[in-house]
Ligand binder design. Sequence first.
Ligand code: TXA
Ligand code: MG
Length: 522
Amino acid sequence: METRILSTSEYDIALAGKIISDGGLVAFPTETVYGLGANALNEEAVKNIYEAKGRPSDNPLIVHIAEKEDIYPLVKEITPKAKALMDAFFPGPLTIILEKSEKIGDVVSGGLSTVAIRMPKNEIARSLIQASGCPIAAPSANTSGLPSPTRAKYVIDDMMGKIDGIIDGGDCEFGVESTVITLATETPTLLRPGAVTKEMMEEIIGEIYVSPAVLEGMAENEEAASPGMKYKHYSPHTRVVMVQGTKEQYEEFVNSRKDCCALCFEEDNITIPKITYGRENDELAQAKELFDALRELDELGAKKVYARAPGKNGVAMAVYNRLIRACAFDIIDLTKPYTIGITGPTGAGKGYICQKLKERGFRIIDCDRIAREVTKKGEPVLVELAKAFGDDILADGELNRGVLARKAFATKKQTRLLNSILHPSIKKKCENEAEGLCVLDAPQLFEANMQNDCYRVICVLANEQTRIKRITARDNITEEQAMQRISAQHSDDYFLEKCDYAIYNNGESVDTQIDNILEVIL
Ligand code: TXA
Ligand code: MG
């Protein structure tokens, strides 16, 4: 099919209107993103939209109108809240969902009983709707799954040869799609954030519920309030990972990576290849530049992209919502004190794995060392322990570990008492040492409840023979004693169930296992 590139002249708009009223497809600019329009009342024409985009047929389209009155024939009823929102925000980047009238076919509504209506502010869009003489069904004019087009050039990339015409109307004002709110539910529900923010609408109609899918991924079997939210979206071909953290944390993290690039704010100090999307405090610029930046990423040819996370309120909610989808919900959280927690039973060789991680640039925080430090002569923790377990745990003011162990591990209650004295100060000291990419080496990670302070938790396991050999050599004890110690520890299944990853440390392929895990989590 030949695709005509049209200008915004009166003649070309009239021509585009005629193409649409005759059942054809034309892409056109709006203040949000470019739309791919067809006559909303012509089911055959609307089917072709799904075809051209490669869009799943259960994902309904927005119907665009030129005047507020044009909504009446398309919906069952205008509720008072719908009326109030229309008065406040039409024309503009807001889409309202209401129960549909018989005029709206099942192709447009994706089989739902509701319809999404929007009155764009962009003059070209409205002249086109007027020229066509019908409401225009239009999704964003991108190939399904790719970022929505904010410039005619991207529409041409995706749609050339697949549709009848493309109106080149320059760059879009907002750059993210309209806010979508449904008034067909008991409480108005925000389905997609945009430039008309939750706060702006709440001033007019009161409380608005935010659909959980707006800021989080959806569970596999969850029913989507808005079908569009369940699909991976806006994704460039390059894998994007969102990095949550301060400017400094983000900079340190990405500047130490290889073979990747950064999607960051303008003021970030980045030494690897980068593309920016606005400044940290300029949400409108972030919204305007995000999709453009996502499309440009592929041109850099990096293997992986680390994106600086935007805020979550106001217009930034829209930016965050698009970016987590572009990342397929892959987020690294540097605001947790530790990147990796390492745990596992005695003799499995946690220390060896930590050494390997140190070679790969991680700072290692060794809980055993810190436990020794907080129980040195004169330390407040030691004083407290003596109060709880008796002065005979001390010899010349130094801790006698053997005596303490005998007493503290005699009963579960005593063990809990020991932990309640030891763990808080160990935890505090570890946190003081945490900085940048770091590993918490903690045999008692779960007992000390520190797993939630780690971005990911790895257990180190080894078969029993290997462990016995290591323990007897290390602690100069008999095989029998070593076996006794092992049987007092948690089973492998305990660790496998609680940890994100396991490393089998029996002497082979340890480096490969570590690198594979790091590849996935970083
Ligand atoms: O800014 C925009 O809204 C752009 C421009 C072209 O107007 N259009 C746009 O359309 O973004 P589209 O199809 O890419 O996104 C429409 C979203 C989808 O997530 C869809 O699932 C949802 O709105 N939607 C449409 N009708 C719905 C309905 N009846 N119930 C729930 N969600 C609906
Ligand atoms: Mg879209």
